[in-house]
Design a protein around this ligand. Structure first.
Ligand code: PMP
Ligand code: GLN
Length: 399
């Protein structure tokens, strides 16, 4: 297996063996490249505009009123836990007890780490959909687990999961499935039928599931269905989400886990020794954000959907093969039709110089690097004029 993260790194002689393969994350590397070169950053997925003003004001009010300026309660402030439970009920008809079945975390990142540290025994196998978000591999390693990738493959303009491959990847040592839908970086949204099949497998093989649903509100084609809503899944599933994407405040790092009481108790045990608590005043603001009317969520989806179209169409016109995402912030492309290098790393390192744009090589999200080599990810959570400028620059590439 090769390193799933960045590569142009200084040596780290003191780093332990579990983490030896993990360099600097690709997001830090590529955002630094954007700053250094002044290129348009379509690499790291963060919006270039803040979320709703009333939510920002809610954070200011909380700070001024002295709410959350001292350690909030370990599981999160009650207002936010109630708002999360109400959101799950309203959107998906899922009932969670705000006191025992909801846990607030320092972003989805901490939720993923805490879930894996809590649930995985050293040597356990953890199945993750490849390409996978980079922190998955590092957290599986920190937990002493063994990652087993199941590869999503491009076909007919989108990435697909092969359910037979997933079934075949399960062994007696498999403890946990780590899923992500809508999926970063491919933009695939697992269908109801696929999720039903995964749920059946999890029940049949008695697996735990951690499902990362941070892009739950960013679905443009199809629908987001939480895995926890399928028969037999409620108690064995830790569902993770975050305010970063839904409310365009990625720096606040307010995330959460919902699940059965035993699941949340386990994750809470690990979480309390990671950060204990975080983001006090922001928790109150996110509680208000979750209660925004449906028009907010519909507006976000419509606006980002339009930006998806702008970027996906522009990339296609520039000569890329485009995998049109059904969800998320990201468009995955194949660079081979451009006629130059077919190595995404090389392409991304040269792109600021050639076109003044930064993107992410999908190979970093793979154990099987060859599978990801010619694919490159562009983020569209940027202002329309920024996307138009980037597309204009990229159109010069093929010439
Ligand atoms: N999971 C996925 C799939 C992501 O793309 C990201 C990045 N935003 C995260 C988790 C991390 O979320 P947070 O910023 O809330 O920690
Ligand atoms: N989730 C964001 C992405 O995929 C990046 C988050 C991070 O920088 N770790 O671009």
């Amino acid at each position: 297996m090769t390193s799933p993260s960045g590569s142009s790194d200084a040596p780290r002689p003191l780093l332990n063996r579990r983490l030896a393969e993990f360099g600097t994350t690709i997001f830090a590397e590529m955002s630094a490249l954007a700053v250094r070169t002044g290129a348009i950053n379509l690499g790291q997925g963060f919006p270039d505009e803040d979320g709703p003003e009333e939510v920002r004001e809610a954070a200011v009010r909380a700070l001024r009123d002295g709410r959350g300026n001292q350690y909030p309660p370990g599981p999160g402030v009650p207002e936010l836990r109630h708002a999360i439970a109400a959101h799950q009920q309203r959107r998906y008809g899922l009932a969670f007890d705000p006191d025992t079945e909801v846990l607030v975390t320092a972003g989805a990142t901490e939720a993923i780490a805490a879930a894996l540290l809590a649930l995985v025994e050293p040597g356990d196998e953890v199945i993750a959909l490849e390409p996978y978000y980079d922190s998955y591999a590092a957290c599986i390693a920190m937990a002493g687990g063994r990652r087993v990738p199941v590869t999503l493959r491009p076909r007919d303009g989108a990435y697909h999961l092969d359910l037979d491959e997933l079934r075949d990847a399960i062994t007696p040592r498999t403890r946990l499935l780590l899923l992500n839908t809508p999926h970063n970086p491919t933009g695939t949204v697992l269908t109801r039928a696929e999720l039903a099949a995964i749920a059946e497998l999890a029940v049949e093989r008695d697996l735990l599931v951690v499902t990362d649903e941070v892009y739950e509100h960013l679905v443009y084609d199809g629908e987001h269905v939480p895995l926890a809503s399928f028969p037999g899944m409620r108690e064995r599933t830790a569902t993770i989400s975050s305010s970063g994407k839904t409310f365009s405040f990625t720096g606040w790092k307010v995330g959460w886990v919902t699940g059965g009481r035993d699941m949340v108790a386990a994750v809470r045990s690990a979480k309390q020794f990671l950060t204990y608590v975080s983001a006090g005043p922001f928790q109150y603001a996110v509680a208000e954000a979750l209660a925004l009317p449906d028009t907010y969520f519909e507006g976000l989806r419509a606006e980002l959907g339009a930006r998806r179209d702008l970027l996906a169409n522009g990339l296609a016109e520039a000569g890329f093969e485009v995998y049109r995402p059904a969800g998320t912030y990201f468009v995955t492309t194949d660079i081979r039709p451009l006629g130059g290098t077919s190595d995404g790393f090389e392409f991304c390192r040269e792109l600021p110089g050639r076109a003044g744009v930064v993107a992410i090589p999908n190979a970093v999200f793979y154990d099987h690097r060859d599978e990801g080599a010619p694919f490159v990810r562009f983020a569209f959570c940027k202002k329309r004029e920024v996307l138009e400028e980037a597309v204009g620059r990229l159109k010069g590439l093929g010439r």
